[in-house]
Design a protein around this ligand. Structure first.
Ligand SMILES: [Zn+2]
Length: 534
């Protein structure tokens, strides 16, 4: 019997991780991603693995995005010494992405520790350090897609193009059981049909079991053509007002798609003659990796190369890796396109550009990616009239364009079409999606293809036999956190601290002894209140 435990991206979108145990006792992992999105979800990154990392022989990595790769440094730190099998571009992209993630972990831990010191609480250690992230890079063992890889004990695997981002892969896994071979397919994140830059997802015709991503299992995207027009319209709007165009972008794929489309406009002669800044060290590194990996482009991107162009370059494009160069962008008046991270405006250089331009009528903010609940980007998209940036209240007078069509994920129609290629009748497990999206996609698959579907819970264990499947409820089913109670408790905590502080301030003021310590604590409370209220 093959056992698969769903340790991440089960009933949620992030933290992708599946623990596979073969009948021969071999233990492998598929993906090892970071849980993202809110304190409760992120707390899962610190939990016990549910297996011994030193016993894991092989990790198959579908693609470089952090929600699929971001816990690899922790896995290695906790004892994993096996091979990481993935495509060459994924291995290359993981280098800057994991180091950047480690840097963020270190900064977050430092910020939390500073807060804790003020409350006489313990220091916080980062999930992993830059040094630990560097150490895991030697475990990467890149393998070209479309080749069968034997990993011993009757397990074979093959990576196929998933068409989501550069190097992204579908995993086909064959495991021998009682002289019968069982085939399990993990879709990884699947791209859209006609996705820019990368080839369309590989069609798979047979499997016994299919683990299918469901991120947009209940949604349809707008077309790329509509989105390109919206992008051009926004650029023309701010150019005519001599103001800046800000594009918060994710470093891998989205940034390169935007550069690719700007390049198209430029070759067609529709792009206004203004500077374009790529103001993100991580996106600059990722773009260089895209440039080095031309053999993975789709035929449209390759045709641009054959005509003698670089699809990610334009005469007006400037890379600004240093802080000094970044600051200089806002010292120059006039129109310019500024692409900066992070994609949801919660950190990074985009915050500086927002502070300088968001209040300027005629400027524009182009939202080209998903904005999670609670982020600055989301609040602006929802029509906030002002927003706090570096503690300052900044008015939103720039025009906000939400361009929804640049997703790198298959939508419901694409996913259904892809499932339609199977000639066998796989049992389908819907993963990597919010429960409603998984359910909606599962219902459609049942209705159209009459396949058996199941939405696994987090930590649920699936027992797979060649012709039957049994499910085991999660060993320790986590009680669903009650957000309202948690928030109320936090507010009560803050009220208590505020009361105590008021007394201290009153007493100190009466004696003319108001100290910096009290002011610091007030600032801290203000910060806390802001996070609760947001
Ligand atoms: Zn992805």
């Amino acid at each position: 019997m093959i056992r698969i435990t769903c340790l991440g991206a089960a009933g949620s979108v992030t933290g992708s991780c599946y623990f596979v145990e073969s009948p021969g006792g071999k233990k492998v992992l598929v993906d090892c991603g970071l849980f993202q999105g809110g304190r409760q979800m992120e707390a899962r990154n610190w939990e016990n693995w549910g297996f011994d990392p030193s016993q894991i022989d092989t990790l198959f990595l579908t693609h470089a995005h952090i929600d699929h790769s971001g816990r690899i440094p922790k896995l290695a730190k906790d004892g994993f010494k096996g091979r990481i099998i993935t495509s060459p571009p994924t291995a290359e992209l993981c280098n800057p992405l994991l180091l950047d993630s480690a840097h963020i972990q270190e900064m977050d831990a430092e910020w939390q520790s500073r807060k804790n010191r003020r409350q006489s609480k313990n220091e916080i250690m980062p999930l992993y350090t830059v040094e630990e992230a560097e150490a895991c890079l030697s475990l990467f063992s890149p393998v070209e897609r479309d080749r069968i890889i034997e990993i011993g004990s009757g397990i074979k695997a093959r990576l196929r193009n998933a068409g989501h981002i550069l190097g992204s892969s579908i995993l086909e896994l064959w495991i021998e059981e009682d002289r019968e071979s069982l085939k399990i397919v993990f879709s990884g994140d699947l791209g859209r049909k006609d996705q820019l830059i990368v080839q369309d997802p590989h069609e798979i015709f047979n499997a016994d079991y299919l683990f299918l991503e469901s991120t947009y299992g209940n949604r349809q995207h707008r077309t790329f053509e509509d989105s390109k027009l919206e992008l051009l319209e926004a650029i023309q709007y701010s150019t005519s007002h001599n103001e800046k165009i800000m594009i918060p972008a994710f470093a891998v794929e989205r940034t390169q798609e935007i550069l690719y489309v700007l390049g198209e406009f430029q070759r067609q002669g529709t792009l206004p003659d203004i500077p374009i800044y790529l103001d993100s060290p991580l996106a600059i590194k990722a773009t260089e990796i895209f440039r080095r990996n031309k053999k993975y482009y789709d035929k449209e991107a390759r045709a641009i190369v054959d005509e003698g162009f670089d699809p990610f370059d334009m005469p007006n494009l400037r890379f600004t890796p240093t802080t000094k160069e970044s600051i200089a962008i806002n010292e120059k008046a006039g129109s310019a396109i500024v692409i900066a991270g992070n994609g949801m405006c919660t950190a990074g250089r985009i915050k500086h550009h927002l502070k300088h331009n968001l209040w300027r009528p005629g400027a524009s903010l182009l939202i080209v990616g998903y904005q999670a609940n609670g982020t600055t980007g989301r609040r602006i998209v929802e029509g906030a009239k002002h927003t706090k940036i570096f503690g300052e209240n900044v008015s939103v007078r720039a025009k906000v364009f939400t361009i929804g069509g640049f997703s790198a994920h298959a939508d419901q129609n694409d996913l259904l079409e892809w499932v339609g290629h199977f000639e066998t009748r796989p049992r389908v497990f819907l993963i990597h999606g919010e429960p409603a999206a998984c359910q909606a996609l599962g219902d459609k698959i049942k209705e159209i293809y009459h396949l058996d579907t199941h939405v696994p819970l987090w930590k649920e264990r699936l027992m797979l036999k060649p012709k039957e499947v049994s499910l085991e409820a999660p060993e320790t089913r986590e009680p669903e956190p009650d957000m309202e109670t948690l928030l109320l408790n936090e507010v009560i905590d803050l009220e208590k601290q505020l009361k105590a502080l008021k007394k201290r301030v009153k007493r100190a003021a009466a004696q003319n002894k108001l100290t910096g310590d009290e002011l610091d604590q007030l600032k801290y409370l203000q910060e806390e209140l802001r996070t609760v209220l947001e």
